[in-house]
Design a protein around this ligand. Sequence first.
Ligand SMILES: *Cc1c(COP(=O)(O)O)cnc(C)c1O
Length: 362
Amino acid sequence: MIPLVKPYISPKEELMPEIEKVLYSGYIAEGEAAWAFEDDIRAFLGNDNVLATQSGTAALHLALLQLNIGPGDEVISTPMTSEPTNTTIAITGAKVVWADVDPATGLLDPASVRSKITEKTKAIMLVHYAGMVCDMDEFNKISKETGIPVIEDAAHAFGAKYAGRLVGSNSRFTCFSFQAIKHLTTVDGGAIAFNNPDDVVPVRKLRWFGLDKKVSRMENDVTRAGYKYGINNLTGIIGSVQMRHIGEVIGRHIENGKYYDGALYGVDGVTLVPYYKNTEPSYWLYTMKVERRDDFCKMMEEAGIAASPLHHRSDTHSVFADSKCALPNMDNWCESYVHIPCGWWVDGEAREKIVQTIKKGW
Ligand SMILES: *Cc1c(COP(=O)(O)O)cnc(C)c1O
């Protein structure tokens, strides 16, 4: 079976000696190796204001905490995502307010977001689902006009671009996940990138109990209780070795995605997803719409190819019962979207087989 997702792990000969060195170095907590990885992410994104985190969820939580979001506040978000985007909002005590998606892309519709803004709205949470980038021209406009900060959940969008730059310096906060199956994996990990350098120091403190690691323990004064959300040296070294291969890994996702964009265009029963102006996806998964999806997935599975919608819409969970509202475009999108394998493990032969299988019909 050609899988939809698969962890990329650097060659053993390269990774294991580095892991061993750190493990037996006598210093495995957050230190040089963790900071070196953080520098690797900064260099890759072209943004000096980045902090590594224990997970993508921790990155999202830190962004919400830095905005002092809590009970009585509203955060506008999308149900078209993996659960942590919205469970993280819920744990702050704020209310998730759903906006509808664009039925052509499954990504948040700026017009719907605009219509949901109230005086309680404290942030807009965007998800670059499957590596496709939201309509940032419009969202930048909304944020500028209203002063409401945007948090980009870019867990799927490492290596995607907006306005010619990598996603990760446009909005006030951009959160990445380096969990097992994302473009980059450090086993577990994440990062938060800022466009305002003033956010760095307070978030760095929130990442470590409220203490400032750059000041001696004796001179530290905790003014706001923080969390244990940083990374250790083992995560750091794994990340740095993995980063040596990231160009190649993301490059393969993008090359396969672009290939499908061409090869599947006009195929009977398939509707391709358009990408917004000024955006370039990093194709974590390849996303499209198909007629009779259950039949499509069954046909693909019989041919040895995984195909599925992967995530379940988040607005159906009981914990979000108070947020329930009509989302007709989301209903429509959920009936027909599907993912097909597109990652670094899909070679030329596999992707040709995938295209031919789809072209045969179902
Ligand atoms: C993976 C993921 C996260 C959370 O990342 P973790 O590193 O697993 O905490 C957040 N949002 C989305 C959309 C994700 O897919």
